[in-house]
Ligand binder design. Structure first.
Ligand SMILES: *[C@@H]1O[C@H](CO)[C@@H](O)[C@H](O)[C@H]1NC(C)=O
Ligand SMILES: *[C@@H]1O[C@H](CO)[C@@H](O)[C@H](O)[C@H]1NC(C)=O
Ligand SMILES: *[C@@H]1O[C@H](CO)[C@@H](O)[C@H](O)[C@H]1NC(C)=O
Ligand SMILES: *[C@@H]1O[C@H](CO)[C@@H](O)[C@H](O)[C@H]1NC(C)=O
Length: 708
């Protein structure tokens, strides 16, 4: 049962298709062709109009060689309900006055491209036209040079709504010709040679089209204070020679909504041109290549919704030509702006300032405007933006700043980034918030980089519902060279090649490594600091030695090689370690107070005496040393020697590091002015002893200089 139903269905569809097919090509006799469904329209090109199927209601006589339409030429149409009759491209020069009498149902009459037919001859035939149903008259491309004042007199009190007089040669029109057409709503006078028009009142006129004429200024629409066109909604003045418009140009058009002025020759858009048009919605100012300046308040109009200013090649990149702050400040209801094919500002911030006042923007078209970079915050106040066209610019979107551009916008439905210089598209550019709202995106014709960076995009394309315009045809690799020209969709980076390497991993590895090695270095330096310092000390001693002081044994003039200053607490080390090493191994004779001082003499006297008898002074320092007042006194004494003989007369040994709290100012002075070695056991002990011995053997430097 169900299956037979389906079969019947398929059969029915097949039959209908067959009928439609035969319909469109059916011959209506030898000279005619019937078009459209149910044989409604017959196009005839022979020397007569034959009897036609009853269904025919629209008849065209086209491109025949007929020169005349006689009294009975249309007799075969008498039985038809002809609603539309067309004469087009014949060579008609005569029409019998009675020729149209039988077309009693006629709604649309067209006389097109009948250049041999004079307007007066046609006018006569019109007088006998039955006018009950006539709504539309098209007298186009007939080379007429004038319009008789009484052309439409027969149509008085008829319901003619539209008159087309496109493509004739009129240079002047007197609007009184139309005064009989009291219900006229649409008047088209395009592509004539009109220099002047003198309008008459047309109370019902809604649409006036004057494109493609030679008007040098906007016609007058006022009858004193009153409007000639109180209901005019749409006015087209495109492609005229209009060289100037100002705020008086559009007076008396209280209902105007659509104003088209493409390709006119103005140089300046002056202040408040549109501000009197309180119903204005669209203004088209495209293709005005003469435009050089836009005054601050040119777009002052609160009803305005759409601005078309594409293809003016206007220099928005020249700040002296317009004011980016005010240009859109006084048209807050604009929701559509087309500025394609102009020169947009090179400085992103100016772009931002310019569009900032347009809170209600839904469509922004900036194709082919030389934009290099978008301001981070461009889209931040466009809460309603649905359509953004940035085709054919020079955008390249670097990784970091893409976030700020599309980041927060959730209203966008259509985004065109095609023909730019974008090579990588990633998650930051197309954030998930953006993708949630987006319906279509076009980013074809960009120089794509077919590298692992593109992996996100390729995976996104596979699973997205967003329509990707022109994919895969318009998406080709540019980099790397060996893949140039290959389609993006044939580039399939595998996981092996493109292990997603997270920056965090790098950080996670590098940071601890860095920490550990720093720690090792610190520990190493800490352990070896004494050795390092001692090495430096030794180097300096050796270096100065080589520097050419004459080596002769000054120490021979002294009883002792060196006087040792130390505190009691360090006695054991001095006696057991230092003495042993220096005296027995290096053969240097030291003066130690406990051993060498004269017994019974006072100690200060002893010190003075033995220091004088010693060539050099050794100071053994430690915390105990710093704490001992006695030793401090000794430091003062040896300072004196320091001043006289310079630092080479000293060997300072830091036996144990002195804490800062025990450091005294004389000690600090001594340490700052004189290098010291640090005692070291284990690794570096040899170094210490070598440094100490070398220092003791080193001749005194230049004659004493006063240091401190
Ligand atoms: C009317 O149609 C018939 C047949 O189609 C044709 O012979 C005749 O010439 C036509 N009459 C006119 C006036 O064209
Ligand atoms: C019109 O006349 C020309 C020559 O005069 C001829 O070549 C052409 O075929 C004719 N066209 C029709 C539709 O009869
Ligand atoms: C804008 O137009 C209105 C209405 O015509 C006018 O009152 C206002 O002064 C104009 N604003 C500027 C800044 O010219
Ligand atoms: C995006 O939204 C966040 C919070 O909603 C806000 O802090 C941030 O400034 C917004 N960014 C832009 C570019 O508007």
């Amino acid at each position: 049962m169900i299956i037979t139903d389906i079969w019947f269905g398929i059969l029915a569809i097949f039959m209908i298709m067959t009928i439609i097919h035969t319909d469109t090509d059916l011959e209506c006799g030898k000279f005619c062709k019937c078009l459209s469904r149910r044989f409604k329209r017959a196009i005839c090109h022979g020397s007569y109009i034959p009897t036609l199927p009853v269904s025919v209601s629209e008849v065209e006589l086209r491109n025949s060689n007929r020169t005349d339409i006689g009294r009975f030429a249309l007799v075969n149409l008498t039985s038809h309900r002809v609603t539309e009759f067309v004469l087009s491209g014949n060579s008609i020069c005569h029409i019998n006055q009675e020729a149209f009498v039988n077309l009693t149902w006629l709604s649309v009459l067209t006389v097109n491209n009948e250049t041999s037919l004079s307007v007066d001859r046609l006018k006569k035939a019109l007088t006998k036209l039955s006018l009950n149903y006539t709504r539309k008259l098209r007298f186009t491309n007939n080379n007429w040079t004038y319009l008789p004042n009484d052309m439409f007199e027969p149509f008085i009190n008829t319901k003619i709504k539209a008159v087309f007089l496109t493509g004739n040669q009129f240079s002047y029109i007197n609007g009184s010709s139309f005064k009989f057409l009291t219900l006229l709503e649409k008047l088209v006078l395009e592509n004539n040679k009109l220099i002047q028009i003198h309008f008459w009142e047309m109370p019902r006129l809604k649409n006036l089209r004057l494109n493609g004429n030679r008007l040098a200024k906007v016609p007058n629409f006022c009858n004193f204070e009153n409007s000639l066109f109180p209901r005019l909604e749409s006015l087209s003045l495109s492609d005229n020679n209009i060289g100037n418009i100002d705020k008086t140009s559009f007076l008396c058009l209280p209902a105007l909504k659509f104003l088209k002025m493409m390709g006119i020759s103005i140089v300046e858009l002056k202040n408040n041109i549109f501000s009197g048009l309180t119903k204005l919605k669209d203004v088209s100012l495209g293709k005005i290549s003469t435009l050089k300046r836009i005054e601050d308040f040119a777009f002052n109009n609160t009803s305005l919704k759409r601005i078309f200013m594409n293809n003016c090649k206007f220099r928005f990149d020249r700040i002296e030509r317009f004011n980016p702050v005010t240009i859109f400040k006084f048209c807050p209801n604009v929701n559509y702006v087309n500025l394609g094919l102009n020169h947009m500002p090179k400085i992103p911030n100016i772009l931002h300032v310019m569009f900032k006042p347009l809170d209600n923007l839904e469509s922004l078209l900036l194709h082919s405007t030389g934009i290099l970079d978008l301001p981070r915050n461009l889209l931040s106040n466009f809460r309603k933006l649905r359509d953004l066209n940035l085709q054919d610019n020079k955008l390249h979107f670097t990784f970091d700043h893409s976030i700020g551009i599309f980041g927060n916008i959730t209203s966008l439905k259509s985004l065109d980034l095609s023909s730019n210089l974008i090579s990588i598209i990633n998650k930051t550019l197309l954030s998930s918030r953006l993708l949630n709202s987006l319906e279509q995106i076009n980013f074809g014709f960009n120089p794509f980089s077919c590298t692992c960076d593109q992996k996100w995009l390729l995976e996104w394309i596979k699973q997205t519902k967003v329509k990707i315009v022109g994919y895969p045809k318009n998406y080709k690799c540019r980099y790397p060279n060996e893949l140039a020209g290959q389609y993006l969709n044939s580039y399939t980076p595998t996981d092996d090649i493109c292990k997603p390497w997270n920056q965090l991993y790098t950080i996670a590895i590098v940071l601890p490594l860095f920490g550990v090695s720093t720690l090792v270095i610190i520990i190493f330096i800490w352990i070896c600091q004494n050795n390092i310092k001692n090495s430096v000390y030794l180097l300096r001693v050796v270096y100065n030695h080589i520097q050419g002081h004459v080596v002769f044994n000054e120490s021979l003039n002294y009883e002792f090689h060196a006087f040792v200053v130390y505190c009691d607490a360090d006695r054991e080390w001095v006696h057991n370690v230092f003495l042993k090493r220096i005296e027995s191994e290096e053969g240097i004779k030291l003066c130690i107070h406990q051993r060498d001082f004269d017994i019974g003499k006072n100690i200060t006297g002893n010190i003075d005496k033995y220091i004088e008898k010693s060539w050099k002074v050794v100071v053994v320092m430690s915390n105990d040393f710093a704490k001992s007042e006695w030793c401090q006194w000794e430091v003062d004494v040896v300072q004196e020697r320091r001043r006289r003989q310079g630092k080479d007369a000293f060997l300072l040994i830091m036996l144990k590091t002195i804490d800062s709290k025990h450091m005294t100012s004389p000690l600090r002075t001594l340490l700052e002015s004189t290098p010291h070695v640090r005692y070291q056991t284990g690794v570096g002990e040899d170094l210490f002893w070598r440094a100490a011995a070398k220092s003791l053997q080193k001749p005194l430097g230049l004659p004493p200089v006063a240091v401190l």
